[in-house]
Design a protein around this ligand. Structure first.
Ligand SMILES: C[S@@+](CC[C@H](N)C(=O)[O-])C[C@H]1O[C@@H](n2cnc3c(N)ncnc32)[C@H](O)[C@@H]1O
Length: 218
Protein backbone atom coordinates (compact mmCIF):
# COMPACT_ATOMS: atom_id res chain seq x y z
CA UNK A 1 0.00 0.00 0.00
CA UNK A 2 2.99 2.26 0.40
CA UNK A 3 3.21 2.05 -3.36
CA UNK A 4 0.00 4.04 -3.85
CA UNK A 5 2.13 7.18 -3.85
CA UNK A 6 4.28 6.19 -6.83
CA UNK A 7 4.08 8.99 -9.40
CA UNK A 8 2.37 8.28 -12.74
CA UNK A 9 4.69 7.89 -15.70
CA UNK A 10 4.04 9.55 -19.04
CA UNK A 11 2.12 7.29 -21.50
CA UNK A 12 5.33 6.63 -23.48
CA UNK A 13 7.32 5.83 -20.34
CA UNK A 14 4.52 3.63 -19.05
CA UNK A 15 4.26 1.73 -22.36
CA UNK A 16 7.99 0.99 -22.22
CA UNK A 17 7.71 -0.07 -18.57
CA UNK A 18 4.84 -2.44 -19.48
CA UNK A 19 6.86 -3.92 -22.33
CA UNK A 20 9.75 -4.66 -19.98
CA UNK A 21 7.45 -6.31 -17.42
CA UNK A 22 5.72 -8.44 -20.06
CA UNK A 23 8.99 -9.40 -21.77
CA UNK A 24 10.26 -10.68 -18.43
CA UNK A 25 7.01 -12.56 -17.76
CA UNK A 26 6.82 -14.20 -21.20
CA UNK A 27 8.67 -17.46 -20.36
CA UNK A 28 6.29 -18.24 -17.48
CA UNK A 29 3.08 -16.74 -18.95
CA UNK A 30 1.56 -19.95 -20.31
CA UNK A 31 2.00 -21.76 -17.02
CA UNK A 32 0.52 -18.94 -14.94
CA UNK A 33 -2.43 -18.05 -17.16
CA UNK A 34 -3.33 -21.74 -17.43
CA UNK A 35 -4.28 -21.62 -13.75
CA UNK A 36 -6.55 -18.57 -14.23
CA UNK A 37 -8.13 -20.13 -17.31
CA UNK A 38 -9.21 -23.09 -15.20
CA UNK A 39 -10.38 -21.03 -12.22
CA UNK A 40 -11.86 -17.93 -13.89
CA UNK A 41 -12.16 -17.90 -17.65
CA UNK A 42 -13.58 -21.35 -18.48
CA UNK A 43 -14.65 -21.55 -22.12
CA UNK A 44 -13.91 -17.82 -22.63
CA UNK A 45 -11.38 -18.28 -25.42
CA UNK A 46 -13.72 -20.51 -27.37
CA UNK A 47 -16.59 -18.05 -26.79
CA UNK A 48 -14.75 -15.01 -28.14
CA UNK A 49 -13.01 -16.70 -31.07
CA UNK A 50 -16.20 -18.39 -32.27
CA UNK A 51 -17.70 -14.91 -32.76
CA UNK A 52 -14.81 -13.59 -34.90
CA UNK A 53 -15.42 -13.41 -38.64
CA UNK A 54 -13.72 -12.16 -41.79
CA UNK A 55 -10.61 -10.04 -41.43
CA UNK A 56 -9.72 -10.20 -37.75
CA UNK A 57 -7.25 -8.13 -35.71
CA UNK A 58 -6.32 -9.56 -32.32
CA UNK A 59 -4.72 -6.92 -30.11
CA UNK A 60 -2.28 -7.96 -27.39
CA UNK A 61 -2.11 -11.53 -28.68
CA UNK A 62 0.49 -12.51 -26.06
CA UNK A 63 1.72 -16.07 -26.50
CA UNK A 64 -1.11 -16.82 -28.93
CA UNK A 65 -3.33 -18.88 -26.68
CA UNK A 66 -6.40 -17.97 -28.76
CA UNK A 67 -4.91 -18.93 -32.10
CA UNK A 68 -6.19 -22.51 -32.14
CA UNK A 69 -9.76 -21.44 -31.36
CA UNK A 70 -10.48 -19.37 -34.48
CA UNK A 71 -12.65 -20.83 -37.21
CA UNK A 72 -11.49 -21.45 -40.77
CA UNK A 73 -13.47 -18.40 -41.93
CA UNK A 74 -11.04 -15.84 -40.52
CA UNK A 75 -7.98 -14.07 -41.91
CA UNK A 76 -6.02 -13.31 -38.80
CA UNK A 77 -3.63 -10.47 -38.03
CA UNK A 78 -2.37 -10.21 -34.45
CA UNK A 79 -0.18 -7.67 -32.70
CA UNK A 80 1.62 -7.38 -29.39
CA UNK A 81 3.93 -4.92 -27.73
CA UNK A 82 6.27 -7.59 -26.36
CA UNK A 83 8.80 -9.27 -28.67
CA UNK A 84 9.25 -12.11 -26.15
CA UNK A 85 5.53 -12.90 -26.11
CA UNK A 86 5.48 -12.78 -29.92
CA UNK A 87 8.32 -15.31 -30.11
CA UNK A 88 6.17 -17.83 -28.22
CA UNK A 89 3.13 -16.95 -30.36
CA UNK A 90 5.23 -17.49 -33.49
CA UNK A 91 6.10 -21.04 -32.37
CA UNK A 92 2.44 -21.72 -31.62
CA UNK A 93 1.37 -20.37 -35.00
CA UNK A 94 3.72 -22.83 -36.78
CA UNK A 95 1.60 -25.71 -35.45
CA UNK A 96 -1.55 -24.33 -37.06
CA UNK A 97 -2.91 -25.14 -40.50
CA UNK A 98 -3.57 -21.43 -41.18
CA UNK A 99 -1.30 -18.44 -41.76
CA UNK A 100 -1.31 -15.82 -39.01
CA UNK A 101 0.18 -12.38 -39.64
CA UNK A 102 1.94 -11.72 -36.31
CA UNK A 103 3.47 -8.29 -35.80
CA UNK A 104 4.93 -6.05 -33.15
CA UNK A 105 2.65 -3.07 -32.55
CA UNK A 106 1.16 -0.69 -30.03
CA UNK A 107 -2.59 -0.90 -29.42
CA UNK A 108 -2.64 2.81 -28.62
CA UNK A 109 -1.40 3.76 -32.08
CA UNK A 110 -2.27 1.06 -34.59
CA UNK A 111 -0.33 0.80 -37.80
CA UNK A 112 -3.39 -0.07 -39.93
CA UNK A 113 -5.65 1.92 -42.22
CA UNK A 114 -9.04 3.04 -40.96
CA UNK A 115 -11.96 0.66 -41.61
CA UNK A 116 -9.70 -2.27 -42.54
CA UNK A 117 -11.03 -5.08 -40.27
CA UNK A 118 -14.35 -6.88 -39.83
CA UNK A 119 -13.54 -7.90 -36.24
CA UNK A 120 -11.24 -6.58 -33.52
CA UNK A 121 -10.64 -8.82 -30.52
CA UNK A 122 -8.98 -8.22 -27.16
CA UNK A 123 -8.52 -10.94 -24.59
CA UNK A 124 -7.06 -10.08 -21.20
CA UNK A 125 -5.10 -7.23 -22.78
CA UNK A 126 -7.12 -4.10 -21.99
CA UNK A 127 -6.17 -4.66 -18.35
CA UNK A 128 -2.49 -4.27 -19.31
CA UNK A 129 -2.47 -1.64 -22.08
CA UNK A 130 -1.53 1.66 -20.41
CA UNK A 131 -4.32 3.74 -22.01
CA UNK A 132 -7.20 1.29 -22.48
CA UNK A 133 -9.58 3.99 -23.72
CA UNK A 134 -7.14 5.02 -26.45
CA UNK A 135 -6.79 1.35 -27.47
CA UNK A 136 -10.58 1.10 -27.82
CA UNK A 137 -10.60 4.34 -29.82
CA UNK A 138 -8.03 2.83 -32.18
CA UNK A 139 -10.04 -0.40 -32.42
CA UNK A 140 -13.05 1.69 -33.43
CA UNK A 141 -11.00 3.47 -36.11
CA UNK A 142 -9.72 0.31 -37.78
CA UNK A 143 -13.11 -1.45 -37.71
CA UNK A 144 -15.27 -1.14 -40.77
CA UNK A 145 -18.76 0.33 -40.21
CA UNK A 146 -20.89 -2.21 -38.31
CA UNK A 147 -17.71 -4.18 -37.56
CA UNK A 148 -17.57 -6.33 -34.44
CA UNK A 149 -15.59 -5.69 -31.26
CA UNK A 150 -15.07 -8.77 -29.07
CA UNK A 151 -13.69 -8.71 -25.53
CA UNK A 152 -12.76 -11.15 -22.80
CA UNK A 153 -11.46 -9.32 -19.73
CA UNK A 154 -11.16 -9.41 -15.99
CA UNK A 155 -12.83 -6.25 -14.69
CA UNK A 156 -14.02 -4.43 -11.58
CA UNK A 157 -16.19 -6.80 -9.57
CA UNK A 158 -19.91 -6.18 -9.03
CA UNK A 159 -19.46 -7.50 -5.49
CA UNK A 160 -18.61 -4.83 -2.89
CA UNK A 161 -16.11 -6.92 -0.94
CA UNK A 162 -14.36 -8.31 -4.01
CA UNK A 163 -14.15 -4.79 -5.45
CA UNK A 164 -12.66 -3.43 -2.21
CA UNK A 165 -10.05 -6.19 -2.32
CA UNK A 166 -9.28 -5.41 -5.97
CA UNK A 167 -8.80 -1.71 -5.06
CA UNK A 168 -6.53 -2.65 -2.19
CA UNK A 169 -4.12 -4.83 -4.17
CA UNK A 170 -4.26 -2.94 -7.49
CA UNK A 171 -1.27 -0.66 -6.76
CA UNK A 172 0.81 -3.80 -6.42
CA UNK A 173 -0.56 -5.62 -9.47
CA UNK A 174 -0.04 -2.51 -11.63
CA UNK A 175 3.43 -1.91 -10.25
CA UNK A 176 4.73 -5.46 -10.59
CA UNK A 177 2.48 -7.05 -13.21
CA UNK A 178 1.15 -4.11 -15.28
CA UNK A 179 -2.27 -5.50 -14.43
CA UNK A 180 -5.21 -3.14 -13.73
CA UNK A 181 -7.95 -4.84 -11.71
CA UNK A 182 -10.66 -2.17 -11.49
CA UNK A 183 -11.05 -1.16 -15.10
CA UNK A 184 -14.13 -1.96 -17.15
CA UNK A 185 -14.19 -1.36 -20.93
CA UNK A 186 -17.97 -0.94 -20.66
CA UNK A 187 -17.26 2.51 -19.18
CA UNK A 188 -16.08 3.69 -22.61
CA UNK A 189 -17.98 1.76 -25.28
CA UNK A 190 -20.99 4.04 -25.65
CA UNK A 191 -18.96 7.24 -25.84
CA UNK A 192 -16.54 5.78 -28.36
CA UNK A 193 -19.30 4.77 -30.78
CA UNK A 194 -19.95 1.11 -29.97
CA UNK A 195 -23.34 -0.53 -29.42
CA UNK A 196 -23.31 -3.45 -27.02
CA UNK A 197 -24.75 -6.63 -28.58
CA UNK A 198 -23.90 -9.38 -26.03
CA UNK A 199 -22.70 -9.21 -22.43
CA UNK A 200 -21.94 -11.95 -19.92
CA UNK A 201 -20.50 -11.50 -16.42
CA UNK A 202 -19.40 -14.29 -14.10
CA UNK A 203 -17.27 -14.95 -11.00
CA UNK A 204 -18.67 -12.09 -8.88
CA UNK A 205 -18.70 -9.95 -12.02
CA UNK A 206 -14.92 -10.17 -12.34
CA UNK A 207 -15.02 -11.95 -15.69
CA UNK A 208 -16.66 -10.11 -18.56
CA UNK A 209 -17.10 -11.17 -22.13
CA UNK A 210 -18.95 -9.12 -24.68
CA UNK A 211 -19.51 -8.23 -28.27
CA UNK A 212 -20.33 -4.76 -29.61
CA UNK A 213 -20.88 -3.16 -33.02
CA UNK A 214 -19.26 -0.03 -34.40
CA UNK A 215 -22.17 2.35 -34.86
CA UNK A 216 -20.61 5.74 -35.58
CA UNK A 217 -17.45 7.81 -35.45
CA UNK A 218 -16.24 9.07 -32.11
C1 LIG B 1 -2.18 -10.58 -19.89
S1 LIG B 1 -1.47 -10.63 -21.47
C2 LIG B 1 -2.79 -11.37 -22.43
C3 LIG B 1 -2.27 -12.14 -23.61
C4 LIG B 1 -3.32 -12.83 -24.49
N1 LIG B 1 -4.22 -11.89 -25.11
C5 LIG B 1 -4.12 -13.85 -23.73
O1 LIG B 1 -5.35 -13.84 -23.81
O2 LIG B 1 -3.51 -14.73 -23.09
C6 LIG B 1 -1.56 -8.94 -21.99
C7 LIG B 1 -0.87 -8.70 -23.32
O3 LIG B 1 -1.14 -7.36 -23.75
C8 LIG B 1 0.05 -6.89 -24.37
N2 LIG B 1 0.07 -5.43 -24.40
C9 LIG B 1 0.20 -4.58 -23.36
N3 LIG B 1 0.22 -3.31 -23.78
C10 LIG B 1 0.12 -3.35 -25.12
C11 LIG B 1 0.09 -2.36 -26.13
N4 LIG B 1 0.18 -1.05 -25.84
N5 LIG B 1 -0.02 -2.76 -27.41
C12 LIG B 1 -0.10 -4.07 -27.74
N6 LIG B 1 -0.08 -5.07 -26.82
C13 LIG B 1 0.03 -4.70 -25.53
C14 LIG B 1 1.15 -7.46 -23.52
O4 LIG B 1 2.41 -7.41 -24.16
C15 LIG B 1 0.63 -8.87 -23.25
O5 LIG B 1 1.08 -9.77 -24.20
Amino acid sequence: LLLIGIPELSPVGETERVREIIDRAAPRYDREIGFYERVLFGDGRRWICSRAQGTVLEIGVGTGRNLGFYGDNVQLTAIDLSPRMLEVAQERAKELPRYVDLRRGDAQSLDFASESFDTVLFSLSLCTIPDDRQALREAHRVLRPDGCLILLEHVRSTNFLARAFQRMIEPLTVRFGADHLTRNPLDHLDQLGFKLTELERSKAGIVERLTARKVDSS
